[in-house]
Design a binder for this molecule. Structure first.
Ligand code: ATP
Ligand code: MG
Length: 244
């Protein structure tokens, strides 16, 4: 059965798109076809991270308007299409309805084991649609209060809309040397977000190095690549250590 996940945050720039792209790639590497739906209207960038910006005609809004089929809008990225993307709408005013996104996830779910909605920051209308449409929610935050408290606020808004939806949190860009003064601990973040911990990812310069070498972080041998692959394994129902 296919799983759809809304990837949300409080503050912007905490690593939602980084997470979607790397986790989808890790899932595809495990033989689980994964589709990223870039739901960041007007601010799409999953296509840029995946170097597919020159490879598509249609975006998410074209499916909604009936300009193309779901299949027409899917861009194959790697693994013979096991990793794929629906590019986000260029139009910043495009707000997909929960019903549209749910229908899309169901249709894509016939081919993809995982459908990841790469949402904008905050708890605006697009985020609420993605949260309502998806089977579960993953909140991405950085450890600092400035990121974790807005993450908790977004989680609360979404929880009020869909209280029964399984929700987990990923703490990204953690200093491997330990918690800093303004950091909240994983326990405090889980409490604030009312979510279980799906994983922790260290802050690393290897993101840049991987970019320069035209690959994704998750394909390498670093600790952070293993942390990402372990999160993908947990999404597949395996029990794997946190690697802290
Ligand atoms: N673990 C990490 N270590 C180092 N850099 C990271 C890590 N995670 C993400 N980044 C970098 O942080 C920046 C922001 O990431 P990203 O674009 O994924 O955030 P976002 O939450 O999707 O932002 P937005 O809210 O604007 O959509 C990018 O340059 C990304 O490469
Ligand atoms: Mg993003």
């Amino acid at each position: 059965m296919s799983q759809s996940i809304a990837v949300i945050s409080g503050k912007g720039g905490v690593g939602k798109s980084f997470f979607c792209v790397n986790i989808a790639a890790a899932l595809a590497m495990r033989g689980k076809p994964a589709l990223i739906i870039d739901a960041d209207s007007g601010m799409r960038n999953a296509d840029i991270i995946l170097r597919k910006s020159d490879s598509f005609v249609y975006d998410l809004s074209d499916i909604d308007k009936g300009n193309c089929s779901v299949g027409d809008a899917i861009v194959g990225v790697a693994g013979g299409g096991r990793l794929a993307l629906i590019p986000g709408a260029k139009d910043p005013d495009f707000i997909p309805s929960p019903e549209f996104l749910k229908r899309l996830a169901e249709e894509a779910g016939k081919k993809y084991a995982f459908v990841l909605f790469d949402a904008p920051a905050g708890a605006g209308a697009v985020v609420r649609s993605a949260a309502q449409a998806a089977d579960s929610i993953v909140i991405i935050t950085n450890p600092q209060k400035e990121a974790a408290l807005p993450a908790a606020a977004a989680a609360e808004t979404v929880w009020k809309l869909c209280p029964d939806k399984p929700t987990s949190v990923v703490i990204n860009r953690v200093d491997p040397k330990g918690l800093k003064k303004r950091d909240m601990s994983p326990d405090q973040i889980m409490d604030a977000c009312h979510a279980r911990l799906l994983g922790v990812i260290y802050d690393t310069d290897e993101v840049e190095e991987a970019r320069e070498n035209r690959r994704l972080l998750v394909s390498g041998k670093s600790r952070e690549a293993v942390q990402l692959r372990n999160i993908a394994a947990r999404l597949c129902g395996e029990r794997v250590p946190l690697l802290l």
